[in-house]
Design a protein around this ligand. Sequence first.
Ligand code: SF4
Length: 366
Amino acid sequence: VIEKRELVSLLRGATNLQAADCVGDALFLRAANTRSRAYGDAIYLRALIELSNFCRRRCAYCGIGAFNRDLGRYRIQEAALLAASKEAAACGYRTVVLQAGEDPELVGKAGSRLVASWIRRIKETGIARVTLSLGAPDGDALSRWRDAGADRYLMRFETSNPALYGALHPGDSLRARLRDIERLQTLGYEVGSGMLVGLPGQRIEDVANDVLLCRDLDLDMIGIGPYLPHPAAPLSSKSVPKEVSGSELIYRVIAATRLLCPRANIPATTALETRDRTAASSSGDRARPSVDAAGQLRALRCGANVIMINFSPQSVRRLYALYPNKATDLAGSEATIALENRTAAAGYRAAVDHVGDALRPQVDAR
Ligand code: SF4
């Protein structure tokens, strides 16, 4: 059992360490062992399809919030969605993740019926599990989508600090978000949530509380992303406190989360890959992201076990810009093959055709 004080000191250790110092670090080794006891050498792959970048919310950190009037907006057509789903199935994928901003045309009453019909049609393409990440919809959409065959839902709480949550999410509260997460669990979804690390206004104790909240919610999936300032987002002008700004902290958070939540699926996020790639290219060290010292492969070594591959139509990929410089060069089958090679070289097996359900019962973290 890891208590809050120990957790804070584990996380604090990260801010002073360089990547090379962490290779033999006990925290990372322990997390990697816990990961392999639960999942062996398998990395679960999910096909990600970004349905729409319309959003009615104004989250202060996000590049596609309603305040961004300069962004070209799109909503996918059904034919393009089914084509992307079929392409994923042909590559062997069993799970698709449908992601969008909180688009009124999808989360309102009429839109939720349309999404329900999409879920049914996607399952007819040979996809076994449909994950939704569409925000907090109106009315009974969550139960309608569950009845239509949706299996999983991702709804991040982003921060467990109620005041910070309120400041980042105008018109919303942490309490309401946690109520929605509980409702998802009651409806029988596999539920994913998670947080941003390195936010303006965040303290290391907040990050520790985020990890503890993930444990207390008994989540099936936990997404842990670095805060990447988007120039069009209101938060971009605010500075990040030193104690949460170190580039190593997020790896500590992933490892600690793996120890506290041994059975959860934990993605190695694209945002992390983007952050480390951007850091490497701005320092002139272009080779860095391709070795396992950074980005997604490093996250796998720290306890992550899932990677999402983008299957969104090429024409819209760059428009789904939650954060800047998102890597959109490789996608679909090309990205799958590249990832299989990368992970194999690092000693993992990309289990494309695994449905990748969260484990039950609990796996011990020792
Ligand atoms: S984080 Fe999600 S809900 Fe918030 S503005 Fe961005 S897309 Fe919309």
